[in-house]
Design a protein around this ligand. Structure first.
Ligand code: NAP
Length: 301
């Protein structure tokens, strides 16, 4: 029986694994499919992680993974679908039929891209509609793109794309932006970014590929690509009904990761919190592993 089964191999999961290993616990990290270290693998330059002035998100994620591997952390590929409480821990059922038994769980499944849910979005996904400017931006050299959203991702994406594209529209449904004022200031200085506020996308048009967007006021804008950056959805499938969620659907858990279910801790972007950053995910993972170790020493050993 495992001491800690960690679900998710992003920064929170790997940090939890390192702390768990260093506490001499029997730890396993389950991941759906290894595509880099969580969301940061899709991030461009990271310049706000303490001690590393500049690094790409992908490289930083690889450093996290190497660190975990060096400490002997083991990985298991499978999607955790069901969490069954037991008197002495948890039975975790995977999509491939495997059932793993563990004394505690640290759930770090992160969050996924929210969709606009407008006509054309699904149809043109991968044919001009993208959710990752850093992954797909290079395909739009000297073309016209639109970024939808008003948070930090949308602002960062607009700035990034303005280096590649002929023109970038930044379209936000309100007049106030959620993202950083400093980034917005930089955006306003760019000649090739046009900011359109109080505007909602009604549909995305195209033939073989995207050729435009239509706003709810009827305005048509010709674009070659649409980058949807309207936030994330916490990945709580499997633990719904097992732990309490907050009003936005994130797992209600305090700083120690303690949830409403004994022995099941939550860490990283999937947890209720104000700032979802690499550094806060890493911190969450450490806190949750220490809390799990403490829980094990009191109740389960
Ligand atoms: P976010 O902060 O939740 O912003 C989502 C944006 O999308 C909001 O402006 C929201 O509008 C808009 N939106 C949501 N649903 C929409 C819909 N159906 N149609 C049109 N617009 C919609 O998400 P995020 O930008 O992905 O950021 C997630 C977290 O990561 C945040 O905490 C952010 O600070 C952090 N982050 C930080 C950095 C950085 O520090 N450089 C970079 C990226 C992300 P409203 O404002 O009207 O709600």
């Amino acid at each position: 029986m495992l001491d800690i089964l960690i679900i998710g191999s992003g920064p929170a999961g790997l940090s939890a694994a390192i702390y768990g290993k260093r506490a001499n616990l029997n730890v396993l990290v389950a991941e759906k499919e290894y595509l880099g270290t969580g969301q940061i693998a899709e991030s461009g330059l990271v310049d706000n992680y303490l001690g590393i002035a500049e690094i790409t998100g992908y490289e930083l994620g690889e450093k996290f993974r190497e660190h975990a591997e060096k400490l002997g952390v083991e990985f298991y590929e499978g999607e955790a679908r069901q969490f069954e409480p037991q008197t002495d821990g948890w039975k975790v059922h995977f999509d491939n039929g495997t059932v793993l038994e563990t004394k505690t769980v640290i759930y770090c499944a992160g969050a996924a891209h929210r969709h606009l849910d407008v006509p054309g979005e699904t149809e043109y996904s991968g044919k001009g509609v993208s959710y990752c400017a850093l992954c797909d931006g290079a395909f739009y050299k000297d073309k016209v793109t639109a970024v939808i959203g008003g948070g930090n991702t949308a602002l960062d994406d607009a700035l990034y794309l303005s280096e590649i594209c002929k023109k970038v529209y930044l379209i936000h449904r309100r007049s106030e932006f959620r993202g950083s004022a400093k980034t917005l200031e930089n955006i306003r200085k760019r000649d090739n970014i046009e900011v359109i506020t109080d505007a909602q996308v009604a549909s995305i048009s195209g033939e073989q590929k995207v050729n435009g967007i239509i706003l709810k006021d009827g305005q048509k804008i010709a674009v070659d690509g649409v980058f949807v950056a309207v936030g994330m959805i916490p990945q709580t499938k499997g633990v719904e009904g097992v732990v309490s969620l907050d009003e936005s659907g994130y797992i209600a858990a305090d700083e120690t990761g303690k949830t409403s279910a004994a022995g099941l801790f939550a860490a990283g972007d999937v947890r209720t919190k104000k700032f979802r950053q690499v550094v806060t995910a890493v911190s969450d993972g450490a806190n949750a592993a220490v809390a799990a170790a403490e829980y094990l020493s009191h109740f389960a050993k």
